[in-house]
Design a protein around this ligand. Structure first.
Ligand SMILES: CC(C)(COP(=O)(O)OP(=O)(O)OC[C@H]1O[C@@H](n2cnc3c(N)ncnc32)[C@H](O)[C@@H]1OP(=O)(O)O)[C@@H](O)C(=O)NCCC(=O)NCCS
Length: 166
């Protein structure tokens, strides 16, 4: 079951983030600060009272793009529960939430950042429709290059002929 995280869940999210992102930096410090920012929402996957995974989404105005952006800040599944479909369900949930509010806020896609070293994560996101929009989007605390990916919300018409008959 996916539910909104409450403040009582923040330490658990920070703990799991510390574990699954330990290569990237100290997310035990960073995550609690993210979770209390205005515009940040978090969800948990829970089964029989056991929390198994989380997703953290941020809405903010990107000054460069001059529009509101929906940024998947973090997604993680406990090591014992990985590869059972939980991450995909959380990802789809986040995308559906963004799609529901997008028209009112001019949001065109869901964005995220993934480390260049995380090839599993990049492939996993690509399977859900994300593509690279910036291959050099700064660096993580531990030096990995950050790759920016985005998933358009509207069905893409890229393969349609330019002058399709009306
Ligand atoms: C990435 C992550 C959120 C995926 O969640 P999940 O519940 O394990 O993923 P799902 O079960 O929905 O999807 C499984 C698919 O993801 C990919 N995958 C996930 N973990 C993998 C691994 N260790 N090795 C290879 N492929 C993997 C595969 O494509 C897999 O499909 P398959 O099992 O049919 O081969 C989870 O593995 C995780 O928390 N990883 C560490 C943190 C991370 O990398 N977060 C995302 C990048 S910021």
């Amino acid at each position: 079951m996916i539910r909104r995280a409450t403040q009582a869940d923040h330490p658990w999210i920070a703990q799991l983030a510390t574990e699954v992102y330990r290569d990237l930096g100290d997310y035990g410090q960073v995550m609690p600060q993210w979770l209390v920012q205005p515009g940040v929402l978090a969800w948990l996957d829970e089964d029989a009272g056991q929390r198994r995974g989380f997703a953290v989404l941020g809405f903010y105005v990107d000054r460069q793009l001059a529009r509101t952006v929906a940024d998947l800040l973090a997604i993680g599944v406990g090591p014992r529960h990985q590869r059972g479909g939980i991450g995909t369900q959380l990802l789809e949930h986040v995308i559906s939430v963004v799609a529901a509010v997008a028209p009112a806020h001019g949001i065109v896609d869901v964005r995220l950042t993934v480390a260049d070293t995380n090839l599993v994560g990049q492939r996993w996101y690509a399977k859900s429709g994300f593509h690279v929009v910036d291959g050099d989007h700064g660096h993580y605390a531990n030096g990995q290059r950050a790759i920016r990916m985005a998933r358009p919300l509207a069905p893409t018409t890229a393969s349609a002929p330019e002058h399709a008959p009306a």
